[in-house]
Write a protein that binds this ligand. Structure first.
Ligand SMILES: NC(=O)c1ccc[n+]([C@@H]2O[C@H](COP(=O)([O-])OP(=O)(O)OC[C@H]3O[C@@H](n4cnc5c(N)ncnc54)[C@H](O)[C@@H]3O)[C@@H](O)[C@H]2O)c1
Length: 128
């Protein structure tokens, strides 16, 4: 369990790209970090946790899950609370940006569902 003085940041989609960069930066700024990404990105997420530990010594916890699903968001928040002591900042970074035909309504519904649901489901958990 982290010190109660240590702030905790949750970053969704943090195995790569912008989410990974935010996680490394917030760890360098002194936050404990709850990392999340899809199962397919588990090894990349573990590498980010290792890098945070090595470069900053900060505590991390990994919660694999799809943050467009409420149960997976709850599991992520529970992991942050139980392992790191709370949630001070929630970075709803996870998202998809596929190049899709504009008239493909099924894909557009899936895209909007992921982006809107992620923002909504994470919004109860802290400052986005
Ligand atoms: N890179 C850009 O130019 C740009 C521009 C505008 C918006 N964005 C948005 O910024 C965010 C990060 O962009 P990026 O370039 O680092 O993207 P990226 O694809 O490199 O990384 C996104 C990460 O989110 C994860 N992810 C996707 N859906 C998820 C889900 N449902 N649950 C958990 N994890 C999930 C992916 O596995 C991936 O690791 C995305 O939301 C993207 O749409 C990026």
């Amino acid at each position: 369990m982290a010190s109660t003085q240590t702030k905790v940041a949750v970053i969704t989609g943090s195995a790569q790209g912008i989410g990974r960069a935010i996680a490394l930066r917030l760890a360098a700024d002194g936050f404990s970090i709850a990392l999340n990404d899809l199962e397919s990105h588990r090894s990349k997420l573990e590498a980010v946790a290792e890098e945070i530990k090595k470069t900053t010594g900060r505590d991390t916890v990994i919660s694999i899950g799809d943050v467009s699903k409420e149960t997976d968001v709850q599991a992520l928040v529970d992991a942050a609370v139980n392992s790191l002591g709370g949630v001070d900042v929630m970075v709803a970074n996870a998202g998809i940006c596929p190049a899709i035909p504009f008239i493909d309504s099924k894909l557009i519904v899936r895209l909007l569902a992921v982006l809107v649901l992620i923002a909504l489901k994470c919004s109860d958990c802290g400052r986005i």
